[in-house]
Design a binder for this molecule. Structure first.
Ligand code: PLP
Length: 339
C-alpha cells in the first residue's frame, strides 16, 4: 500500500529516551492507580477465555444504548480494520486531515479511497453526495477541531455508512458534540480508552452502531480478540466514578490548552483555533527543521507532514501541565530565533 505520505507513521515513533514526550496524546500519569490495581487483579482470571458480556452491557448503559449496539474491540484501530473488511463501498471518502489509520485500513482491505481535504480553519465541509462510506474524526486528530454534532450528523444519508472517530471525545467536558448516545441510521461511532486512561498497550475500545452492522463486524473479528484485562478496563472506565474523573481532567486540560495556545500565538505562530482535544496543531514555518532543533534540546513533537492536508510546516504538540508547557515554549522560542 503506497501513498504520497506514510500513513503508518504515528507519534509513538517520535518519542525516545531522554525526550519530553509532546508527540503522543496519552494523558500523563495514567493509568490511574485504581485502574492499574483492577488490571493487576484481572491476572487471576487469565486462565479463562474472555467474556465480553459485562463490559458490553456497561458500555451500553453509559451511552444509553442497547447491548447489541455495542462491540468491544482491541482499540479503535481494530474497529477501523473490521469496518474496512466488512464494508464494500463504491465511493469511500476520508475527511482529512485526520488520523491516518482509517484510510490505511481501507486501502489495506483493497478499497480505493478519496480524500476530502479541509482547509482554512479545518471546519467540516461537504462531501461528495454519492459517497457511501464517509470517515471523519471528532474532535479531530491532528487539528484538535471539534465539529458541532449537528454538522457531523448532517453527513448521514440513506445508503451511507458514516464512521465518526470519537477517540478524543472524552477531552471535551460534557462530551457535548458526541453522537455516541444518538441512534442514527448508518452512523457508527468509534471510541478508544487509550488516551484518557493511558491504556495504549492494552488495546481497548469499542464501536457503537446499528445491530445489523455490528453483527457483521463481530463475525469478522478474531475470536477472543479483546483480552480479559481490556474488558475489565472497559467496564471500569465507563463507571460513573471514571466518567467524573475524565470530566474533571477535561476541564483542567481546557485551562492548560488555552494558556499554551496563547503563548504560542504570542510567538507569532498560527494555532488552529477552537482546539478541544489534548493537543494543538500549530503552523511553524520551517517546521521540520524546528522539530529537529527541539529534539536536540530534549522535546519530541509530532511532525505534520505525514497527515494528508497538512505539510512540513505543521507540528502537533500535546498539552501537558503548566510547567512542562512553559518550559517547552521557552525552548521553542530559542529554536525559532534565527542563528
Ligand atoms: C484519532 C484517533 N483515533 C484512534 C486512534 C487509535 O486508538 P486506539 O489506541 O484505541 O487503537 C488514535 C491513536 O492515536 C487516534 O489518534
Amino acid at each position: 500500500m503506497r501513498t504520497d505520505v506514510d500513513l503508518r507513521h504515528h507519534g509513538d515513533a517520535e518519542v525516545g529516551p531522554g525526550l519530553v514526550d509532546l508527540a503522543v496524546n496519552v494523558r500523563p500519569g495514567t493509568p490511574p492507580p485504581w485502574l492499574a490495581a483492577l488490571l493487576r487483579d484481572s491476572v487471576g482470571d487469565l486462565a479463562a477465555y474472555p467474556d465480553a458480556s459485562r463490559a458490553r452491557e456497561a458500555v451500553a448503559r453509559r451511552h444509553g444504548r442497547a447491548g447489541d449496539e455495542v462491540l468491544l474491540t482491541a482499540g479503535a484501530a481494530e474497529a477501523f480494520v473490521l469496518l474496512a473488511r466488512v464494508l464494500t463501498p463504491r465511493r469511500a471518502v476520508v475527511v482529512h486531515p485526520q488520523f491516518t489509520e482509517p484510510e490505511s485500513a481501507l486501502r489495506g482491505a483493497g478499497h480505493e479511497v478519496e480524500r476530502v481535504v479541509l482547509d482554512g480553519d479545518f471546519r467540516l465541509g461537504p462531501v461528495p453526495e454519492d459517497a457511501d462510506l464517509v470517515m471523519v474524526g471528532n474532535p479531530t486528530n491532528p487539528t484538535s477541531v471539534l465539529h458541532p454534532a449537528e454538522a457531523v450528523a448532517a453527513l448521514a444519508r440513506p445508503g451511507r455508512v458514516l464512521v465518526v472517530d470519537e477517540a478524543f471525545m472524552d477531552c471535551v467536558p460534557g462530551e457535548t458534540e458526541s453522537l455516541a448516545g444518538r441512534r442514527l441510521p448508518g452512523v457508527v461511532v468509534v471510541r478508544s480508552l487509550t488516551k484518557t486512561w493511558g491504556l495504549a498497550g492494552l488495546r481497548a475500545g469499542y464501536v457503537l452502531g446499528e445491530p445489523w452492522l455490528l453483527e457483521r463486524l463481530a463475525e469478522a473479528q478474531p475470536l477472543w480478540s479483546v483480552s480479559t484485562p481490556a474488558l475489565v478496563a472497559a467496564e471500569a472506565c465507563v463507571s460513573p466514578r471514571a466518567l467524573a474523573e475524565a470530566d474533571a481532567w477535561a476541564r483542567e486540560l481546557a485551562v492548560d490548552r488555552e494558556r499554551l495556545a496563547t503563548a504560542l500565538r504570542g510567538l507569532g505562530l498560527r494555532v488552529v483555533p477552537e482546539a478541544r482535544a489534548s493537543f494543538l496543531c500549530v503552523h511553524v514555518p520551517d517546521g521540520l527543521a524546528v522539530r529537529e532543533t527541539l529534539r536536540s534540546r530534549g522535546y519530541a513533537v509530532r511532525r505534520g507532514d505525514t497527515f494528508p492536508g497538512l505539510g512540513p510546516d505543521w507540528l502537533r504538540v500535546a498539552v501537558r501541565d503548566e510547567a512542562t508547557n512553559t518550559a517547552f515554549v521557552s525552548e521553542l522560542t530559542r529554536a525559532l530565533r534565527p542563528a
